[in-house]
Design a protein around this ligand. Structure first.
Ligand SMILES: O=c1ccn([C@@H]2O[C@H](COP(=O)(O)OP(=O)(O)O[C@H]3O[C@H](CO)[C@H](O)[C@H](O)[C@H]3O)[C@@H](O)[C@H]2O)c(=O)[nH]1
Length: 331
């Protein structure tokens, strides 16, 4: 299949792009490199551009002959969305509107969308399936929920097959340690803990230990990028021009921040100092997937259930490339 991957140089987008290529599909990344890395994309597979540029997107899709789009390009930092909602509403909502217009022009009528468990937000049900009420508690999550509706409305009016994929927390790195998580600035829990283990930071600031969870820290479902990529392959093959589907992608196991911290200490063999500080605005207390639908309907078989195995892959990447893609480019 010919697939255009927006945000294909990013953490999850590039993992899915590489998987598409490995499975013989004709995939290209469309990325403005504001957060992605050229070194994450196989040679010759990157088109530099911004999803706000409708004409450029339509041109690329026509020239490529794209049959489907995987849409990853987005602003994703929950904390940043609270302080800079303009950036999130512009990138995520205006950017997706531009993409949908370009798809209509280029007559591309199949789409996967990277949504998020953050749209369930303050819903206290754990684990949650796809019918759980969506109560987003950050501007980031509200933009993702709005885009879900935008896609549904476009599909209804103009004809479009879509699958909405609500990821839980993407984590881990390629098994060979060649590709992994790298944000600038880094805000995500596992890479921050591993940076402390590497001696790049003194300690981890733990955002709140007074949540209504067993140890007081937030619970998340950390799903490995290999398993996310497998879910995308199954979803893209199942998406026809009339599909209207939604799936959670998560392991079904929740880990608290303290449990992830412990796993990182065990895997690295290093002491990782913690300092408890105030809650981070926008954080939901607990988000854990019920992935039954993805498993039964599409046959998804995740390989990573144990947080320590996921952390091991991330640790291999961080040790090999302590400064991420900046180190990789040098080699
Ligand atoms: O320095 C830190 C960083 C994180 N945390 C805590 O660790 C947990 C995980 O935080 P991350 O920043 O790693 O991940 P988020 O859950 O905030 O967000 C991630 O997962 C979301 C879905 O839950 C979205 O998809 C989002 O794009 C993605 O960044 C949270 O409870 C957070 O408060 C800390 O205590 N200290």
């Amino acid at each position: 299949m010919k697939v255009l991957v927006t945000g294909g140089a990013g953490y999850v987008g590039s993992a899915c792009l590489r998987k598409l290529l490995a499975e013989g599909h004709d995939a290209i990344a469309f990325d403005n490199l504001s957060e992605g890395y050229e070194a994450a994309v196989p040679a010759g597979k990157l088109v530099k551009g911004d999803i706000a540029d409708t004409a450029a997107l339509a041109k690329v899709m026509k020239e490529h002959g794209s049959e489907a789009v995987m849409h990853f390009a987005a602003a994703t930092y929950v904390g940043e969305s609270v302080t800079n909602p303009d950036h999130h509403y512009n990138n995520n909502i205006a950017g997706t509107l531009s993409l949908l217009r370009a798809m209509r022009e280029a007559k591309v009528n199949r789409m996967l969308f990277s949504s998020t468990c953050a749209t369930y937000g303050d819903n206290p049900v754990v684990p949650m399936n796809e019918t759980a009420a969506q109560i987003p508690c950050s501007p980031y999550a509200r933009t993702k929920l709005a885009v879900e509706w935008m896609i549904r409305d476009f599909a209804h009016a103009y004809g479009l097959g879509f699958t909405l994929l609500r990821y839980f927390n993407a984590s881990g790195a390629d098994r060979d340690g060649e590709f992994g998580e790298a944000h600038d600035p880094e805000t995500h829990l596992i890479p921050l803990l591993l940076q402390v283990a590497l001696g790049q930071r003194d300690k981890l600031m733990l955002y709140g230990d007074d949540y209504p969870t067993p140890d007081g820290t937030c619970i998340r479902d950390y799903v490995h990028t290999d398993d996310l990529a497998q879910a995308h392959m199954l979803a893209i093959m199942a998406t026809t021009p009339t599909t209207a589907e939604v799936f959670n992608i998560g392991t079904g196991n929740g880990q608290s921040v303290k449990e992830v911290h412990r796993a990182c200490e065990e895997v690295t063999g290093k002491k990782i100092p913690l300092q408890v500080t105030a809650r981070r605005p926008g954080d939901a207390p607990a988000l854990v997937a019920d992935p039954t639908k993805l498993k039964t309907q599409l046959g998804w078989k995740p390989e990573f259930y144990d947080i320590k195995r996921t952390v091991e892959t991330a640790w291999a990447w961080h040790q090999k490339y302590p400064r991420g893609y900046a180190d990789k480019v040098k080699r």
